[in-house]
Design a protein around this ligand. Structure first.
Ligand SMILES: [Zn+2]
Length: 63
């Protein structure tokens, strides 16, 4: 099954809301997206379970 889902996250640096498009064909994803407002690198962790529940974890790069 191939599906794209839009989710909104909050930038951990400046608090801006950012829209992500998540590819549900992969159950575990980890990537870095630059905030379009403050240009800081945001670590994004996506986990999708069998019921298609999406859990997104957003962290600072320098932890
Ligand atoms: Zn930001």
């Amino acid at each position: 099954m191939y599906e794209l889902i839009e989710q909104t996250i909050q930038c951990p640096y400046c608090g801006e809301m950012i829209e992500l498009t998540i590819d549900c064909s992969e159950q575990q994803q980890r990537y870095i997206e630059d905030c379009h407002v403050c240009c800081q690198p945001i670590n994004i962790n996506v986990e999708i379970d069998v019921d298609h529940q999406i859990a997104i974890c957003v962290t600072h790069d320098n932890e």
